[in-house]
Design a protein around this ligand. Structure first.
Ligand code: AHR
Length: 499
């Protein structure tokens, strides 16, 4: 059946922020140490940063990098990781020693090399309002007070102008160090926000939240006047305890209502008349949750084999297939569609663990999800425009990891144009595991050269690894198009059509 799709350039949905293609990096496993910060490796620069990883992150236009956690942050004390005498500390979140050799100054230096915005998540677990506002002093004051002077003494005379800050990580969860009740969170965040804004009123503040009415009402009632953002997180294929990745079909079930939490938080903001003041920062998301058994539980692992060694299972590159690429494209489509209220999203994480880039001492692997960011950052426009099916959209029924059936649309399509040049770019995702989809795309009076960029591999389970590249973007020149175009979209593929 040919699916007839219309695109209307004149019906603009909104301008998406580049920050929705943001990234996240945490002091966990090999993301920082033996990851992007690898002094002594011949692939690292004079500051100890891996140049191959930095180049890969720059190619996908990393606009913002959230750091240092994640659960790690909720017992992290930033002052121990600046200046000359860095004393190692025991990271109680992940139960490893952290050398503190990578701290705020190294992080800012990394952001400058990446040409991206820093986004610091603060410790609302064991931290205090004073400690957090001191961090803002250290980063953003010219020279007033103790901490700006400390930054200068550490060899950084100019303020860092860190614009984005969040209060806490997942303090709503029992697993988080320093977990809080909804009532506690509202009062605490208001006091933390007050002190941070007193130091630098120009910062944009977020706070940890989730799609929960009582948590968000307490947060927004007490702290809403101080907030510019509200943070939410989501992982779909939950594997913290058992590393059993969902199959392709099960992953397609996860695309059902992918923006459900955005819709719920939008509703709460609207009900409280804050939807034009506060934006959503989806500042941790990934199809696959991280595998780290026996640390988010009451009973901690006793031996390193019980809680530390299993983290290496995140490094299995065969886990990250076209299922991850298709899901990631569906998520980014949803964030573009909600660009009026979603102002930032951060893939969790960018490097190693479930990241879009894998590294070891010898080099890097660009996983399937990396190429989705490449397509959306480098081939899609910044203005979201309207598109609709002229007939009933094709659906398929898939069985989720929990055994229930989900009815999902086979195609996921997002149309965009550019604010600074003519033409359109349409993302077309075919979720079907085996059937190509025939499309007749109608795009009004526009005409021009048509090029289709297809991200795919030989099968739905294709992946990339060292010395084994199965997934890549292939360019197809389709010639001159005027007003409409017929296309055949490969199964399990992510495509961008440019006119
Ligand atoms: O699994 C990693 C953790 O996921 C992050 O540290 C935390 O923010 C989320 O619970």
């Amino acid at each position: 059946m040919v699916q007839k799709i219309s695109v209307n350039q004149r019906r603009e949905i909104g301008k998406r922020s580049p920050l929705i293609y943001g990234q996240f990096i945490e002091h966990f496993h090999r993301q920082i140490y033996d990851g992007i910060y690898d002094p002594g490796n011949s692939l690292s620069d004079e500051d100890g940063f891996r140049t191959d990883i930095i180049e890969a992150m720059k190619k996908i236009g990393t606009p913002v990098l959230r750091w240092p956690g994640g659960c790690f942050v909720s017992s992290y004390h930033w002052k121990k990781a600046v200046g000359e005498n860095r004393t190692p500390f025991f990271d109680k979140a992940w139960r490893v020693e952290d050398s503190n050799s990578f701290g705020t100054d190294e992080y800012i230096k990394l952001c400058r090399k990446l040409n991206c915005e820093p986004y610091i998540c603060t410790n609302a677990g064991t931290g205090t309002a004073e400690e957090m506002s001191d961090w803002v002093e250290y980063c953003n004051l010219e020279q007033e007070g103790e901490y700006a002077k400390w930054r200068i003494a550490n060899g950084n005379p100019e303020p860092y102008h860190v614009k984005y800050w969040s209060i806490g990580n997942e303090n709503y969860g029992f697993w988080e160090i320093g977990a809080k009740s909804a009532e506690e969170w509202g009062r605490l965040t208001a006091e933390l926000a007050k002190m941070m804004k007193h130091v630098d009123p120009s910062i944009e503040l977020s706070a940890a939240a989730l799609a929960d009415i009582s948590w968000n009402i307490n947060l927004l009632r007490h702290c809403g006047p101080f907030l510019d953002w509200i943070s939410i997180h989501q992982y779909w294929d939950m594997m913290p305890q058992i590393n059993n990745p969902a199959s392709y079909e099960q992953c397609m079930a996860f695309t059902d209502q992918i923006d459900r939490s955005v819709c719920e938080v939008r509703g709460i903001l609207t009900a409280m008349r804050l939807e034009h003041k506060i934006k959503i920062a989806f500042d941790e998301w990934n199809l696959r949750s991280w595998h780290h058994p026996n640390v988010h539980t009451i009973e901690q692992g006793r031996s390193k084999e019980e809680y530390l060694t299993p983290r290496d299972k995140n490094d299995d590159n065969s886990t990250y297939t076209m299922a991850d690429a298709v899901f990631t494209a569906c998520f980014l489509n949803a964030m573009n569609r909600n660009c009026d209220i979603v102002g930032m999203a951060n893939f969790a994480p960018v490097l190693n663990t479930r990241g879009c880039i894998y590294s070891d001492k010898s080099g890097i692997v660009l996983r399937s999800t990396y190429y989705v960011f490449d397509l959306y950052v480098n081939y899609m426009g910044d203005i979201v425009i309207d598109t609709w099916e002229r007939d009933e959209a094709s659906h398929m029924t898939v069985t989720g990891k929990n055994g229930t059936a989900a009815d999902v649309k086979i195609l996921d399509i997002l149309a965009t144009k550019w604010s600074d040049r003519p033409g359109i770019a349409v993302a077309i995702v075919n979720k079907h595991v085996s059937e190509a989809q025939h499309i007749e795309l109608e795009f009004g009076g526009l005409e021009g050269q048509a090029v289709l960029y297809t991200l795919n591999g030989p099968s739905e389970d294709s992946y990339n690894d060292m010395d084994n590249k199965q997934v890549e973007i292939v360019r197809h020149n389709l010639g001159q198009a005027a007003g409409k175009l017929s296309l055949v979209i490969q199964p399990h593929s992510v495509n961008v059509l440019q006119i």
